[in-house]
Design a binder for this molecule. Structure first.
Ligand SMILES: C[S@@+](CC[C@H](N)C(=O)[O-])C[C@H]1O[C@@H](n2cnc3c(N)ncnc32)[C@H](O)[C@@H]1O
Length: 330
């Protein structure tokens, strides 16, 4: 008859196992729940090389040590509800691809209007084929560049003047598109690329900073293949208001605003060069609303900009909105 095999478990072994399990638990749950109005916190620390020791810190209140104290439940509730408000504010049926992205990431570095909504509204009229070489001109935080690479399978040169390409490179790497998005600092008027290199130029919220100069389009087209396209969406006016501006615009009218033009203005500006055929010159449908909604969403995480939001409120979509232009090189 087979004899049962008994494991020999020594008392020392049990004690060692219990100690290890305890340490593991404390390491894994270094913070304890709040008790009697205090937020308790414990941290394991090994002190002194070659002389390991464990310290159990005294409990702290958030007031005593705001940086290390575990947030109160109320703070957590607020954070969760803010995140859900943010997601709600930035989800639009009309822009399904954008809705798949973390809203906290999108609002992290707000610059112009919602960059992903702007790309989606441009892509309603522009076609990019996978593998194309795209210049994202004035890409800011490269949010649009990452989106273009991921959603449309293109290779993107994310060029910007003010944003540090190292910061953009970090963002690009976290999205796993490092092989398809190239961060570069570039002045739009001195582009460091080979002539005829790009299949298309895309520009979001930026083209008006440099593109109103009469010779600029001719210069930019040099970097495009024949029949390559240029498309942008940027802030602008539905129509020319004439020399007298409504007060809510007049009070904000500084040189950066002088370049806010209408689709008709851009159409003439491009058409008279004789270098392109215009495929689209219009206002993004619902662009005024998109822009205001974006600012309200940014406001939820204290990144709004009240002067712009107030200006849009005052305008009620009469003049302000997003201009959309698309043309291809002859
Ligand atoms: C309002 S931000 C928009 C950024 C980004 N495309 C977005 O939608 O979030 C305008 C961008 O235009 C860029 N820009 C302005 N003038 C430029 C120039 N001359 N050359 C290159 N980029 C320029 C700035 O660096 C800035 O990032």
């Amino acid at each position: 008859m087979a004899r049962p095999v008994y494991a020999h478990v020594s008392l020392v072994g049990v004690v060692v196992m219990l100690v290890l399990a305890g340490l593991g638990t404390l390491t894994y749950f270094p913070r304890l729940p709040s008790f009697m109005g205090l937020t308790w916190q414990g941290k394991l620390r090994c002190g002194g090389v070659g002389r390991p020791a464990i310290f159990w810190e005294m409990p702290v209140t958030p007031e005593q040590d705001p940086e290390n104290a575990f947030p109160r439940e109320r703070d957590l509730e607020i954070a969760v509800s803010r995140e859900s408000d943010l997601r709600k504010a930035l989800t639009r049926e009309h822009y399904p691809r954008s809705s798949g992205y973390d809203p906290a990431w999108i609002v992290d570095v707000p610059m112009g209007p919602h960059p992903l909504w702007c790309v989606e509204s441009l892509m309603e009229v522009m076609t990019l084929e996978p593998g194309m070489r795209i210049l994202d001109l004035g890409c800011g935080a490269a949010v649009s560049s990452i989106f273009l690479a991921r959603e449309y399978g293109v290779e993107v040169w994310a060029a910007d003047l003010w944003t540090d390409p190292t910061d953009n490179w970090e963002r690009i790497r976290t999205w796993d598109v490092a092989d398809r998005v190239h961060a570069i600092r570039a002045e739009a008027r001195e582009l460091p690329f080979a002539r005829g290199f790009f299949d298309a130029v895309v520009s979001i919220g930026a083209y008006h900073y440099f593109g109103t100069e009469a010779r600029y389009l001719a210069y930019l087209l040099e970097f495009l293949k024949p029949h390559g396209s240029v498309g942008f969406v940027t802030t602008g006016l539905d129509h020319d208001p004439g020399p007298t501006l409504p007060p809510y615009l007049a009070e904000r009218w500084t040189p950066d605003f002088f370049t806010w033009q209408s689709p008709d203005w851009w159409r003439n500006h491009w058409q008279r060069t004789g270098l392109v055929d215009i495929d689209r010159a219009d206002m993004v449908p619902g662009g005024w609303d998109d822009w205001l909604q974006w600012l309200r969403a940014c406001d939820l995480v204290d990144r709004g900009y009240a002067p712009d939001a107030n200006m849009l409120e005052a305008d009620q979509g009469e003049l302000l909105g997003l201009v959309r232009m698309l043309a291809h090189r002859r």
